[in-house]
Design a protein around this ligand. Sequence first.
Ligand code: BGC
Length: 248
Amino acid sequence: MSDNHGFGVDIGGSGIKGGVVDMETGELVGDRFKVLTPHPATPGACAEAVREVVAHFGWTGPLGITVPAVVTGGTVRSAANIDAGWIGTNADELFSETLGAQVTVVNDADAAGLAEDRYGAGHDKDGVTLLLTLGTGIGSALLYRGTLVPNTELGHLEVDGKEAEHRAASSVKERKGWSYEKWAVHLSRVIREYEKLLWPDLIIVGGGISRKSDKWIPLLEVTTPVVPAKLLNTAGIVGAAMASLPAR
Ligand code: BGC
């Protein structure tokens, strides 16, 4: 283990992925390792799965772990798309005890935002950056000059009587069989609401659908420049590792 290395684990709906991160470059050192997310994904079952991932690398230092939920002071506060058993769980403590290591738990979109802001699409950009992850739900991260305002939860903002993530997450496009054109109308409506409230200078879009961003970013009718995330499937791991280490 080098001084320059960190470790992150990303807990997602289908997989729990971890890897060693080079904190200079934000790149993974070697491959990621993935196990399937247990069902039901209770805190205890996830802790065991994370143990397997960490053991694969023999990592013993501090590490960060993402969850798709609000986290304040290490405790999970919401469960929009995860097992309800997480609410009220002190996740920092649970994972630290299971792993015998110092663990920092962070919201998944916040982790991705930290990583993109330092190493990815937000690198060297001044002003307010808003990262949106488009997947089962909509995750958000708001940063100003590298500093994160945690747990913004913009996916739950009500837009025309409906939560933004129920209107425009990529899962809605899939479920309803919408074209990119149709989905872009709904996503634009949601983003315009975010613009009105936050006036970001840059919007970074992540999540699986950002791989095909050339098909839909040009269709968006919004004012702020929108760019795809660069780190794609490593942003959660990298951001989790960042959250576990003192700010640089
Ligand atoms: C959750 C957020 C999470 C997002 C993406 C939302 O439903 O409330 O905490 O970041 O989904 O996973």
